[in-house]
Design a protein around this ligand. Structure first.
Ligand SMILES: Nc1ncnc2c1ncn2[C@@H]1O[C@H](COP(=O)(O)OP(=O)(O)OP(=O)(O)O)[C@@H](O)[C@H]1O
Ligand SMILES: [Mg+2]
Length: 236
């Protein structure tokens, strides 16, 4: 396994947000974390990236324990997160935002130029808009920039927190096509989503979180037809 999360407990103060969560990702897999509002998706991604420290449990990346490592070291080891709400610097240019994603490689100017060319190939609109402030982008473009910035860290594991949120269905379809394409080219990807049908349509496997626990897990095709999954998302 590329990533192996075992029995994680994560708290906000006294409030337990993750309860014994176990979660695996194999090399080249595309795995989705599903769950309604407040079920723990973001908390799990933040725990993996070291932004939150688990009270119990272990996280291994390439067989190395990372649950006590700093976020900087985890990013440098190859885990990159495009955060919920995108986390862009609105006043800064598209280019500057991308370069911030390459912070752990800041001395490798040549490598960063090469990676930037890859990102521009994937998202040509970002090349056109590279000198514009990030705040002037449309929602879809901003999400592309968030993904592009995460890629600038040259991850071995790319994690996306709700890439579809706030976007029109056509734009969501476009973004998910690109995510699937990246995965087809070998990138290992984790996508947290409320949009279960969309996420399961491109994923290999999925995990459903309910109040901080994994309630259902399995192959994406099986989850798409699982009555319990359908029930969780009725009205969603
Ligand atoms: N900073 C925080 N302080 C205290 N409690 C928090 C904090 N962030 C999240 N929580 C709580 O932890 C639980 C899990 O929240 P989390 O943000 O991980 O859910 P989520 O599945 O990502 O939801 P959403 O789809 O709305 O993003 C919720 O009960 C939430 O209220
Ligand atoms: Mg969230």
């Amino acid at each position: 396994m590329l990533l192996e999360v075992v029995n994680i407990d994560t708290y906000y103060g006294d409030a337990q947000a993750l309860k014994g969560v176990s979660f695996n990702v194999a090399n080249s897999e595309l795995v989705t974390i599903l769950g309604a509002n407040g079920m723990g998706k973001t908390t799990l991604l933040k725990t993996i990236t070291g932004l939150l420290k688990p009270k119990a449990g272990t996280i291994k990346f390439y067989e190395i324990n990372i649950e006590r490592m700093s976020t900087y070291d985890i990013v440098a080891a190859g885990v990159s997160l495009a955060p919920e709400g995108r986390g862009l610097f609105a006043e800064m240019s598209v280019l500057k935002n991308l370069l911030l994603g390459a912070y752990v490689h800041r001395d490798d100017k040549l490598g960063n130029k090469e990676m930037m060319d890859n990102v521009f190939e994937l998202f040509p609109i970002l090349k056109e808009r590279q000198h514009q402030a990030a705040g002037t982008l449309s929602g879809g473009e901003a999400q592309m920039l968030a993904i592009g910035r995460a890629l600038m860290a040259r991850p071995k594991l790319l994690m996306l927190d709700e890439p579809s949120v706030g976007l029109a269905p056509q734009i969501v379809a476009h973004i998910f096509n690109i995510i699937k394409d990246l995965n087809n080219r070998g990138m290992t990807i984790v996508v947290a989503e409320q949009n279960a049908a969309m996420a399961l349509s491109i994923a290999h496997r999925g995990y459903v979180l309910e109040t901080g626990e994994v309630s259902i897990t399995g192959e994406a095709k099986a989850l798409l037809n699982d009555d319990r999954v359908k029930r969780v998302y009725i009205g969603a």
